[in-house]
Design a protein around this ligand. Sequence first.
Ligand code: PHE
Ligand code: FE
Length: 274
Amino acid sequence: MVEDAALAATVSEHIIEQGWAGYQPAQHGIWRQLFERQAKLLPGRACEAYLRGLDKLAIAADGIPDFERLSDLLEADTGWRLVAVPGLVPDDVFFYLLAKRRFPTTNWIRKPAQLDYLQEPDVFHDLFGHVPLLTDPVFADYLQAYGRGGLKALRLGALPKLARLYWYTVEFGLIETPEGLRIYGAGILSSFEESRYCLESRKPNRLPFDLLRIMRTRYRIDDLQDVYFVIESFEQLFEATRPDFTAHYRHLTHQADIHPGELLPGEVALDIAA
Ligand code: PHE
Ligand code: FE
């Protein structure tokens, strides 16, 4: 495992201290503003597992959480911990951390002028958006499996395909529940506008989860999504992604990409109640 040791060394170069004591009152204030806005919106829109996780981890309006305190609660639950990073980390570092059940969490918070949309993750997106679901045992295993799959996809030159799976599940996933359609994707959960749009707008297509279809579908990072994929359960997601993707990647090299807003012949978008 020589390679693994080299990667481990690179990883430690990207991890920093959160510096919790250094946040200014105004920065905690931005957290509070964002938190309160989403907390009003998400009951009845976010999936139960997510809302339960917020509660279990005592993520609240008070201010930016202390990663160490939060990690102790989370580790006791599903074995995950947060590690602080200054921003996006290289792909191999990201996957390595996920494979070790370490969630890289950006430590800075957006400026007042950026309350509504950021292209780069900050602590509100990473922590409020992603961390609560890590208390769900099946989702927690899925994200670790994704990390291992990422390292493999890098070796196979298939990362662009696999990245779409992350995008359309971990970031922008919807889940069907007996009470109706709910959000589990962090990119939606941390966005004021998208958390209503994804459920209520007639504009985007909502399609049933389909692994190969997702890996062919491009995505946009600069606007609300044109398509969402709907899972039935985290078990479905975990089981569908468990097989070796090597053959899928080979197959996909002969398949054309699909535009985000495009429906293939025969595809029917799910209906939402008017
Ligand atoms: N089963 C995938 C592979 O062999 C790994 C994976 C698991 C990818 C879960 C994504 C999510 O590459
Ligand atoms: Fe994210």
